[in-house]
Design a protein around this ligand. Sequence first.
Ligand SMILES: C[S@@+](CC[C@H](N)C(=O)[O-])C[C@H]1O[C@@H](n2cnc3c(N)ncnc32)[C@H](O)[C@@H]1O
Length: 267
Amino acid sequence: MSDQEGADWIPPGADLSRPSAARIYDYLLGGAHNLAPDRAVAQQLQAIQPQVASVARRNRAFLRRAVRFLLEQGVRQFLDLGSGIPTVGNVHEVAQAVDPGARVVYVDYEPVAVAHSRMLLKDNPNAAALEADATDVEGVLASAEVTRLLDLRRPVGLLAITLGHYLPEVRGVFAGYRAALVPGSYLALTHLTNDFAVLSDPRVAETMRGTQDHIHPRTRDEVLALFEGFELVEPGLTTSANWRPDRLAAVVDPEEDGLYAGVGAKR
Ligand SMILES: C[S@@+](CC[C@H](N)C(=O)[O-])C[C@H]1O[C@@H](n2cnc3c(N)ncnc32)[C@H](O)[C@@H]1O
């Protein structure tokens, strides 16, 4: 039996023949929502760079710390773009542990990510998953999920955690979301770069060209430009493990950490 047959997490009609970032990342994080072609790509990436799973885990840990930070700033609604397949410490779990009334809309264009999120959220009136391309800013903001759950007259935590590098044109997309957010809102992001050694091998981008999610690494200045209209909170743009680490011992050499990470406030 192929691993597609009989798997209840595969939405009917979904074409999963091409590997996807969502399922490759799920595999790297130790998840079970991936197929043989996804695992083959993940293993190719690991052969090029054995630390790739550590980069993924640290990215996920940044996501949790950033959401907790936004909660501390009083944010109670989140728009999570490129949210991926649910795994440990999903945004609604972190947020609703602090405030059960916190609202979360997940957005992804990968059918397994959306189907699995919907299954997880079926009894959760304050969170929903939207299947959409995040570059369709107007469509996302006008969706039933966003209009039902998010009040755009109040601050929103906009999350773009490892999203930007999948988008060939990124500034207009971020500017579109920024324009819809009121002061007091925040943007939290991570972004792949070639500025540091760990993911800069050109074979990483080459390998991802065999998937549906090509990557576009960006420089520090290009990532900083995504925060236009936001004021970076301390400690500014770092790498993922080094943004407000829980413990000093968690500090990682940026050359190994690999992803830019930051949080900005809209004033
Ligand atoms: C590596 S996963 C990251 C998941 C989660 N944000 C995290 O950091 O743990 C990147 C996700 O972005 C999604 N993605 C990439 N391009 C997208 C787009 N244009 N619109 C919506 N989702 C997109 C992929 O499907 C994938 O689920």
